[in-house]
Ligand binder design. Structure first.
Ligand code: HEC
Length: 197
């Protein structure tokens, strides 16, 4: 096949300025911006939390999430419990301290995904809790995923409240309205959170 010289130059330019998803060492690059995240209900549910994979490797993410023996989540894995906090598995070696997890705090007051804070060992939630300090307490085989039984300090939210918060993700379209009882619970929760501020 004859390649037009300008096409060859163009591909050389592309090669030198990026545009491919493998780093020099052949590790996958996980690019993350506001568009990487979506309505929590559109992700894949696993017990109480939701997962996705930004590199299209959902199968492996699910196989670790569903394994009785735990395992290491593959690069690109997104894990979300409530709309405000997300963990994403970056490429191997990016952050050994956090098992390559990056922690995100999201703005929950908009209908678009908006990252408020992101980082590794130093991300702290609005109650002063450092993500890593809790998540690192999970037994090693769970790769810093806490659930309620993996050894992390507990969070003060019941399963009921967690499910309710998952229903209040403003990014989700066509969500059924909350029942009167759910609205009451939410109002009580908001009051409790304000009292702690
Ligand atoms: C007080 C300890 C603590 C802190 C601080 C904390 N978490 Fe968690 N996190 C937990 C526990 C415990 C669970 C599991 C709750 C459940 O399923 O009942 C959890 C669940 C999660 C999950 C769902 C997957 C899992 O591990 O079960 C994500 C994602 C998450 N947290 C992200 C964050 C982020 C991001 C931060 C910081 C902004 C953070 N967490 C801060 C204890 C904590």
């Amino acid at each position: 096949m004859k390649i037009h010289p300008s096409a060859a130059i163009l591909s050389l330019l592309c090669l030198s300025f990026g545009g491919f998803s493998q780093a020099e060492n052949n590790e996958p690059v996980v690019e993350i911006n506001n568009e990487s995240f979506q309505c929590v209900q559109d992700m894949t549910p696993v017990r109480g939390f939701f997962v996705d994979n930004l590199l299209g490797n959902l199968e492996e993410t699910l196989s670790v999430a569903n394994s009785a023996d735990g395992g290491s989540y593959p690069a690109g894995s997104v894990v979300q419990l409530v709309p405000s906090e997300i963990m994403v598995k970056r490429a191997p070696g990016v952050s050994p301290d956090t098992n390559d997890w990056e922690f995100f705090i999201m703005d929950t007051t908009t209908t678009a995904s908006k990252i408020l804070t992101r980082g590794f060992a130093d991300v702290v939630n609005r109650f002063g809790g450092n993500c890593l300090s809790c998540h690192a307490k999970a037994e090693p085989k769970w790769d810093m995923v806490c659930e309620s039984t993996h050894g992390c300090d507990p969070i003060p939210l019941t399963r009921d409240i967690l499910t309710l918060l998952q229903k209040t993700d403003l990014r989700c379209e066509d969500m059924p309205p909350l029942s009167a009882e759910e609205q009451e619970k939410l109002a009580a929760l908001q009051q409790m959170m304000q009292a702690q501020n």
